[in-house]
Design a protein around this ligand. Structure first.
Ligand code: 5AD
Ligand code: SF4
Length: 484
């Protein structure tokens, strides 16, 4: 453990008695944390609560489920409210505004901590992998009790114990790791669906992206571990899995017995109880014909492909280090549409990448119109220090980027509205996900193609598949009626 100072004797004794082997060690620390939480509960005469706040992507959401799993086992009661005894932010550093949101909220957390002596504040996730962030937290936010990185999640129970027994900021960040630790306790956010990590890290080094630096090199989990996890989930009532990786299409490359992503999908398909399979994210350079074929023949793989294009200009794609050009991408889309006519295509697009000219931007706009995405996440380029793009010349002025962003968003929205109409009047299978947030008489369900429908129904339908008639399209969602 790094940055150890004045360890108190109680903690010293706890650490000395800890087993060396990973799983036993973490079980041991969960037990120690549990005893401490019970002691505090006795002293305070109330339950201790915890709040896990997740920023960023599905990977972080999955990591947060592991963190919550440990906290619940240690005796904390989960809460959505940051007036809690253990508050942890699982951070994202892909774009600068995600980082600023974290710094902004830390001031607020410090006011809460002043009113609750038992409160502990922890920060983890991608931001913490950056040294300048850790320095800033140390200097400007000394009230933060625990800082750890993306490779330390498996040690969380040990770090929790340190935070509970130390009165200084504990910092534990592994710079890079090949280690994949299985079998952590997990509290799933949803009973009926779950994310499943298949790869960690990324090897692609897109020139704008910080992920390979903070998440490390790509590592695939062993198929047997993935399949065993999904079997356990299915036995526990999960009907939909989302296979997660920065680039799922390159799954399996570094394994002792290499296997392709398409082969893995075929194995997942065989698992009884799993009715829907999703995955995220696909990289256009690695999406194989084999995968399209497997999707076309599958009853369970959802009709949705998220295929980030980033730019419609071959010149920019080259500087982005994406390893495909406009033509390759459009050919791929045509192939997909031919074999999977009902598939929904979504994408990520960056505007204002260094050196992007009006001409380059018009190529992006025309690609968007040609592909007709069902929806698209549009991002303003954010300079991430340490990436090659951060020092590239011709950074695009803010007002130009803003203008391009607005034009792109308008085009994307017009197309999605037009596309969404297509299913109006049809009967579709829907997995019911929740009671509608605005109207408790409605429930919200998801189609195979990831569209959303609201329709009159009971809470008891959550987690069930039902047939719904899509009455009207309201732009980004449908209103429907359950068909009996
Ligand atoms: N600036 C803006 N958007 C970015 N993304 C990744 N890095 C940056 C950056 N520096 C976007 C990409 C990626 C998505 C997850 O985030 O579009 O696909
Ligand atoms: Fe970032 Fe590119 Fe890796 Fe995606 S594929 S995580 S954009 S480096």
């Amino acid at each position: 453990m790094s940055k150890k100072r004045k360890i108190n004797p109680v903690l010293e004794a706890i650490m000395a008695a800890a087993p060396v082997e990973d799983a036993a060690r973490q079980e041991y620390f969960i037990d120690v944390a549990h005893k401490e939480v019970l002691r505090l509960k006795e002293t305070l005469q109330r339950d201790l609560t915890c709040c896990v706040n997740t920023f960023g992507c599905q990977m972080n959401a999955r990591d947060s489920e592991k963190i919550l799993g440990v906290l619940e086992k240690a005796g904390y009661v989960p809460s959505e409210d940051e007036h809690a005894d253990f508050v942890i932010y699982n951070t994202c550093t892909v774009r600068e505004n995600a980082c600023n949101r974290v710094y902004g909220r830390l001031g607020y957390l410090s006011t809460l901590k002043k009113k609750n002596a038992a409160m502990k504040i922890a920060l983890c996730g991608c931001m913490m992998q950056e040294e300048h962030v850790r320095e800033k937290i140390h200097q400007s936010y000394p009230f933060v009790d625990l800082v750890f990185g993306t490779h330390n999640i498996y040690q969380f129970s040990e770090l929790l114990v340190m935070a509970l027994f130390c009165d200084y900021q504990v910092v534990e960040v592994i710079e890079g790791s090949d280690k994949i630790v299985e079998e952590l306790p997990i509290v799933r956010k949803y009973a009926y669906k779950s994310g499943v990590n298949i790869t960690f890290g990324c090897n692609n080094f897109c020139s704008y992206c910080i992920v390979p630096y903070v998440r490390g090199r790509e590592k695939s989990r062993e198929p047997k571990d993935i399949l065993r996890e999904i079997e356990t989930l299915a036995a526990d009532g999960v009907v939909e899995v989302m296979l997660l990786g920065q680039n799922v299409n390159s799954y399996g490359k570094g394994l002792k017995d290499p296997i392709t992503f398409a082969q893995l999908l075929q194995e997942v398909e065989k698992i009884d109880g799993i009715e829907r399979i999703r995955f995220m994210t696909s990289h256009p350079k690695d999406l194989s014909d084999e995968l399209i074929e497997v999707m076309a023949n599958s009853k369970k793989i959802c009709r949705h492909l998220h295929l980030p294009v980033q730019s419609g200009s071959s010149r920019i794609l080259k500087i982005m280090n994406r390893h495909y050009d406009r033509e390759h991408y459009l050919n791929l889309v045509n192939k997909i549409r031919e074999k999977l006519p009902d598939v929904a295509l979504t994408t990520d697009i960056i505007v204002g990448f260094p050196g992007e000219t009006e001409e380059d931007f018009l190529e992006t706009l025309s690609l968007v119109k040609e592909v007709e995405y069902d929806s698209a996440f549009t991002f303003i380029y954010s300079k991430r220090s340490g990436t090659p793009a951060a020092t590239m010349p011709d950074q695009v002025p803010e007002d130009v980027v803003k203008d391009r962003f607005d034009r792109l968003l308008k085009a994307v929205q017009e197309i999605s509205e037009k596309k969404a109409n297509v299913l109006e009047g049809q009967d579709v299978t829907v997995l019911v996900e929740s009671v509608n947030e605005q109207d408790p008489n409605l429930v919200t369900g998801r189609l195979s193609n990831n569209s959303i429908v609201h329709f009159p129904g009971e809470k008891t339908l959550i987690g069930k598949f039902v047939t719904v008639h899509l009455d009207t399209c309201k732009g980004f969602y449908y209103l429907g009626t359950k068909v009996n």
